[in-house]
Ligand binder design. Sequence first.
Ligand code: HEM
Length: 148
Amino acid sequence: MTLHHFILIIHLLAATIWVGGHLLLAICYLPTALKKKDHHIILNFEKKFEKLGMSSLALLIITGIWMAYDFGITAETWFHFSSGFEKVVSLKLILLFCTFICAVCAQFYVIPNLNENNIKNIAVIILTVTSIGVAMLVLGSTLRYGGI
Ligand code: HEM
């Protein structure tokens, strides 16, 4: 096994946790919270998932940038949208930035004021972050064919 292959396995495990955790939240916990009008269901999940989720996101960034450098996609080439591979890496970085914006909105504006009447606000953020995660996974899957 090469070092790149090992890093790719870590990347895939982290993607499994990040995307899987958000799909579980969006498909199982969120509908129950909306039906029962109980925002604690979401808060309890977030509390349990936070450390694991944030560590896997950090691992995704480190291993992703590492592998991009391995393929010669260095910071000077980012956001040029010139080659198929670099396009995917740049799109992933933009989507990563969108994930951060959602996290800041959730942590500073939505979660502190969350109650049974505004669960829909956190639902929008959960569905957005989940969709972004799935999009990053689909984008990643194109890289073995040279990108988009
Ligand atoms: C939520 C975040 C992310 C998810 C869910 C994700 C998911 C994936 C998946 C499923 C693959 C496919 C591997 C394969 O086809 O064998 C992949 C590959 C890859 N990802 Fe990510 N990724 C994420 C973030 C990032 C970031 C931030 C970067 C770097 C900017 C990145 C760079 C790469 C590279 C370079 C590969 C190709 C590895 C290879 O084929 O050797 N990823 N990713």
